[in-house]
Structures are given as structure tokens and as C-alpha cells.
Write a protein that binds this ligand. Structure first.
Ligand code: PBG
Length: 325
């Protein structure tokens, strides 16, 4: 007997498929992560992130103006300072590279595009950890969140509309919220990297920001264990209780289960970070002709949306926006 129900009926033509598509990627979903480096005369390519560069302040302005023209609603900035120190003071120095770049961008695009700043110390510390290293070699949680609070205020003063703490210290959101409010920045929002895993997929990013963790170290003492999903929900609850406005899951593709669970549990906007290694793998395989890189990128980013992300941080933001326009 022929089947009565034939799902293939609705797959016959492109128009039918469009009509019944459950998920659509839109330019409005995208946030472009961007790097700005102090002391360079020209933008520098990042070999493990094809198509992504370390910007000068000037090239950054142009890139962001271009993204705004394409309709991309947000960017998140990472700074690469010329000098690093044990505390990572470049993160809160008003003349630090990210603070200068934030001010440039607000002048350039105003409120047309949301200017966010990653809030962490690893780009600024000489040992490469996300916080202050104590005498026992461990990252000192409570000393670190005081520095995050300073960085948050510096970023807000420079014009950041959203700060995004990515260091996975306990209590970081509460410390940042209190510092922002205390300095009159109650309108600055917090996008918390709530469930951030100790992942091998951050490799190219560390090239992008010139970070090597001292002594072959790692971040397993503060970032989440990839084995744990329930723990991510607890991290999300804590961050929301501390005042986070939006929460993030990072990386994205290997953690779509976590993303779906977070989406089901909370009603605030949920972000997912399609990280450097996820992007680089697709680019590398595409360059070799082993996969159709453009098709796989689009498929991956759509899958991140399908799993529940409202906002997707991706190095492919520009090319996806161009394809969508
Ligand atoms: C920490 C930070 C990292 C990334 C974003 N913020 C690196 C890390 O935790 O080691 C990684 C992003 C990526 O891989 O694209 N400031």
C-alpha cells in the first residue's frame, strides 16, 4: 500500500521548502567578534582564521561601518595590547586599546549597531590566565573579580553598551553589575558567558590575541568540564540571579544539547559563540576541497539557531550577512 503521509510532498520545490522552513537565519541574529591590536600600522592577517584580521583602530572603524551597512546588529571587541603585565592592567586603562577602539566605534556608528566588549584579562596578562595568579599557582577568584569590575567601568565609560564577562570566575556578574551601577552605568547590559567550557576549540583565537598560557597551563580550574551539562544550567541560574541580562553557551556545535536545555530553561536572550576552532576547521577543510566550506558554515550556523540561540557570535558574520543581503 502506498504511504498516506508523504513528507516529501513538502520538499519538492524550493518555494515549498521555504514555505515550511522552521528556522531561518537572519542578519539580525549575528554578532561579529573583532580584534583590535595596539601598535600596528596595518591590519594583520591571522593565519588560523582565514578572512579574519587583527585590526588597527582605523581599519576597525571601516570594518564596523561596513557591518552596520550590511545590517549586522552587533560586534564584540577583543583587544591585543602592545605590552602585558601580571595583572592585565590594559583591560581597565582608559587609554587601553579596547577602550580607545570602543570610543572610536561609538563615534563612527552611534546607536546603529550594538558595540559590545569582551571582558576578561587573558589578552592583557603576561601569563595568559584570565585572572590574577595567586602564590599557589591557582587563579585567585575574588582578587580577579575586583579587576573585572574595574574593566567593566572602563569599558562602559568608553562607550560599550554591553559588557561580556568571559572569565568564568564565581560572582563575576554580581561584581560587575555593582560596579557599573555604582559608576552610574545602570543602562549598560551584561551578556554573561555563563556556560563556557574548557575547550580545545579556542586554539586559533589564542593566535588572534597572542595568548600563550604560561607553563603549558590550561583553564580547567575555571572553565567548565565538557562532561557536564547540568552544571551549565546551574551556571546560567547563578548568572541570572547575579543580574545578567543575557546568557551565552560557548562553544556552540559540540554543546548544542546544552544550548537547547538553556533555551528551554530561561526566557532571557540566549547567545551562542561559534568559536574560532569551529570556524577554522570548516575553512581548512573547505580550502582543501574536502567539503563545500560555504555550505557547511551556513549549515552549522543554522543548526546553532535551530538549537535555540537568539544571538550567534561568529567569525562568519560578514560573509553570512553578505550572502543574506
Ligand atoms: C577569553 C576568551 C576566549 C575566547 C573568547 N574569550 C579564550 C579562552 O577562554 O581561552 C575564545 C573565542 C574563540 O575561540 O573564538 N577572553
Amino acid at each position: 500500500m502506498p504511504p498516506a503521509r508523504r513528507p516529501r510532498r513538502l520538499r519538492r520545490t524550493a518555494a515549498l521548502r521555504r514555505l515550511v522552513a522552521e528556522t531561518r537565519l537572519a542578519t539580525d541574529d549575528l554578532i561579529a567578534p573583532l580584534f583590535v591590536r595596539e601598535g600596528i600600522a596595518e591590519a594583520q592577517p591571522i593565519s588560523s582564521l582565514p578572512g579574519v584580521v587583527q585590526h588597527t583602530r582605523e581599519s576597525l572603524r571601516k570594518e564596523v561601518a561596513g557591518l552596520a551597512a550590511l545590517g549586522v546588529p552587533g560586534v564584540i571587541l577583543f583587544g591585543v595590547p602592545a605590552t602585558k603585565d601580571p595583572e592585565g592592567s590594559g583591560a581597565w586603562d582608559p587609554a587601553g586599546i579596547v577602550q580607545l577602539a570602543l570610543a572610536d566605534l561609538r563615534t563612527e556608528v552611534g546607536d546603529d549597531l550594538v558595540v559590545m566588549a569582551d571582558l576578561c584579562l587573558d589578552e592583557y596578562t603576561d601569563h595568559g590566565h584570565c585572572g590574577v595568579v595567586g602564590p599557589d599557582g591557582d587563579v585567585d577568584n575574588d582578587a580577579t573579580i575586583e579587576l573585572y569590575a574595574r574593566a567593566a567601568v572602563a569599558q562602559a565609560e568608553a562607550g560599550a553598551q554591553v559588557v561580556a564577562p568571559s572569565g568564568m570566575m564565581d560572582g563575576q556578574v554580581a561584581a560587575i553589575r555593582a560596579a557599573l551601577d555604582g559608576a552610574g552605568h545602570e543602562r549598560v547590559a551584561i551578556l554573561a558567558y555563563a556556560a563556557k567550557y574548557a575547550s580545545g576549540l579556542y586554539g586559533p583565537f589564542r593566535e588572534a590575541v597572542d595568548v600563550t598560557i604560561a607553563g603549558g597551563g590550561n583553564r580547567r580550574g575555571y572553565q567548565q568540564d565538557p562532561a557536564n551539562a547540568r552544571e551549565a544550567l546551574e551556571e546560567v541560574r547563578l548568572d541570572l540571579a547575579e543580574g545578567a541580562d543575557m546568557v551565552m553557551v560557548k562553544p556552540a556545535l559540540a554543546y548544542l544539547d546544552v544550548l537547547a536545555r538553556v533555551r528551554a530553561e530561561v526566557d532571557v536572550p540566549v547567545a551562542a559563540y561559534h568559536v574560532s576552532g569551529e570556524y577554522a576547521m570548516v575553512k581548512a577543510a573547505g580550502e582543501r576541497g574536502w567539503i563545500d566550506g560555504d555550505a557547511v558554515l551556513a549549515e552549522h550556523v543554522l543548526a546553532i539557531k535551530r538549537a535555540g540561540a537568539d544571538l550567534i557570535l561568529t567569525y562568519a558574520a560578514r560573509e553570512l550577512a553578505e550572502a543574506l543581503s
